[in-house]
Design a protein around this ligand. Structure first.
Ligand SMILES: [Zn+2]
Ligand SMILES: [Zn+2]
Length: 479
């Protein structure tokens, strides 16, 4: 497959740009975007950090050749900032039309006059000329080596995802097996699922259900990440796991310690079982298995080309790393868990809940919502919680019950949200709220996550991680 060139913008950035380009006057308008650059396994992604609107008649004026153009002052100011911050420079303007658009010969000629010099100014980042119609977008990506590549798509990531291509009909086929669910989101929606790359971090009780659901929905590429093997105690909650996967006859209680050790050595890695589940659900689903820890740099990097990330691992380090990837690379993500809390003194059940917490381009991050407590991160770093890693508990001393039904509520809700997002189904409710189901009281809570504008991860401040892509290191640990 040839590499894809993609621009990612948030819904808020898109609305600003769209309102500026298409105020209803059928006239031409211009803008610039500064974007972080990500080199992923699928190609190059440009993650918009800032949209700078060119004021009509001041920054965007009639040129000598009869077409309107960005003024030299505007280009200089914006490209200087790009150079200083190590970002790509993207010049944007609009054309008439709706569902199809392309650069004109005049656009190309003006790129050829100006872009080689701009590439020199930027010193290592791409320069892009993009053109938008109401429902389509196209452009040329110039790389520092002077090679030119068509901009394949613009992804608007917010409560729902909008995929904008040079021609609206680029995505419109659907395979026969899926006609029933395609009645909900259309052939186009089904095709969008097939083209999606989705990561499941953590293949435990919740992760195994996620894999099953995502594969059956028709997701084309799953990346599954876990560094553990299946254990007998996993079996009641692990969809599709077999006793043989856990080497149960060797590892069960009562066997001598050395026999149990051998059993563990031959037990199947969870990612292998996850791949089997996915393939059985949908043989066309491509599965990448990563038997490793997401807090390691090489594993974390596999997330950067994803369209969506499910975080079902229990460690705070995993939260820290996935949170960083989501904002740095503009990828929607969701953290999910289920918990049965038990009082230490008498074993009474005090709380039961399933939670789903979306985070990513349009919401506050896990830091802002106190979900990565520094003290717990520090404890993990020195290994205090090793025994509790397989559980979803706040108190490592509490034995953690875990039940397949409570896990399923979280998994189903999260995959449902993902389906609405990726297929672009319109809906009234904002898909960015935290979800919490409480079976004991019979309540379902939706809360709006906090967002700190000054946050170093998701905030608007210049030093924040948001949209920096490869220009910032991830908070991973060395092996
Ligand atoms: Zn044009
Ligand atoms: Zn934040």
């Amino acid at each position: 497959m040839s590499p894809t060139y993609e621009l990612r913008v948030t819904e808020t950035q898109w609305r600003r740009l769209y309102d500026h380009l298409f105020p209803g006057d059928d006239d031409e308008h211009g803008a610039a975007i500064l974007a972080g650059v990500a080199h992923t396994t699928n190609g190059v992604r440009l993650i918009a950090r800032d949209v700078i609107l060119a004021q009509d008649g001041v920054d965007y004026v009639p040129g000598r050749r009869g077409y309107r153009m960005l003024t030299a002052d505007f280009v200089q100011e914006v490209s200087d900032r790009a150079a200083e911050e190590g970002l790509a420079y993207i010049a944007v303007h609009c054309h008439g039309g709706t569902t199809g658009v392309g650069l004109s010969s005049a656009d190309r000629a003006s790129q050829e006059r100006g872009y080689p010099a701009l590439l020199d100014i930027l010193g290592g980042q791409p320069v892009v000329g993009a053109v938008f119609a109401v429902a389509s977008a196209a452009g040329d990506v110039w790389l520092p080596d002077r090679s030119r590549h068509p901009l394949d798509r613009v992804v608007v990531s917010g409560t729902t995802r909008l995929l904008i291509t040079p021609n609206l009909r680029d995505v419109d086929t659907c395979e026969g097996d899926y006609t029933r669910q395609a009645l909900l989101f259309g052939d186009r929606g089904q095709e969008l699922l097939r083209r999606a790359t989705v990561v499941v971090v953590g293949c435990g009780g919740i992760g195994s259900i996620l894999v099953e659901l995502l594969a059956r929905l028709g997701v084309g590429h799953l990346i599954v990440i876990d560094d553990d093997v299946v254990e007998p105690t996993n079996l009641p909650r692990w969809v599709g796991a077999r006793r043989l996967d856990a080497m149960e006859w060797l590892t069960r209680d009562g066997r001598p310690a050395w026999v149990r050790r051998i059993g563990r050595r031959f037990a199947r890695p969870k990612v292998n079982v996850a791949a089997r589940i996915a393939k059985r659900a949908n043989k066309r689903c491509e599965v990448t298995r990563i038997n490793g820890d997401v807090s390691h740099e090489d594993v974390a990097r596999t997330l950067t080309g994803a369209d969506y990330i499910f975080l079902a691992a229990d460690s705070f380090r995993a939260r820290l790393v996935v949170n960083a990837v989501a904002f740095q690379y503009g990828i929607p993500a969701v953290q999910l868990g289920a918990k049965v809390a038990v009082r230490k003194a008498d074993g009474a059940i005090t709380d039961v809940f399933s939670v789903v917490r979306p985070f990513g381009p349009e919401t506050g991050c896990l830091w802002c919502n106190n979900l990565i407590p520094p003290t717990r991160l520090a404890e993990e770093a020195v290994g205090v919680e090793q025994a509790g890693r397989q559980r979803y508990v706040d108190d490592p001393d509490v034995a953690a019950p875990s039940v397949v039904t409570i896990n399923s509520v979280a998994a189903s809700h999260a995959v449902n949200e993902f389906m609405f997002h990726i297929t672009g189904l319109p809906r009234a409710h904002a898909g960015t709220n935290y979800f919490r189901a409480l079976p004991i009281t019979g309540e379902v809570e939706y809360t709006t996550p906090r967002q700190g504008p000054e946050c170093s991860e998701c905030g608007d401040i210049r030093a924040s991680r948001r949209g920096r892509a490869d220009g910032r290191t991830l908070p991973t640990t060395d092996r």
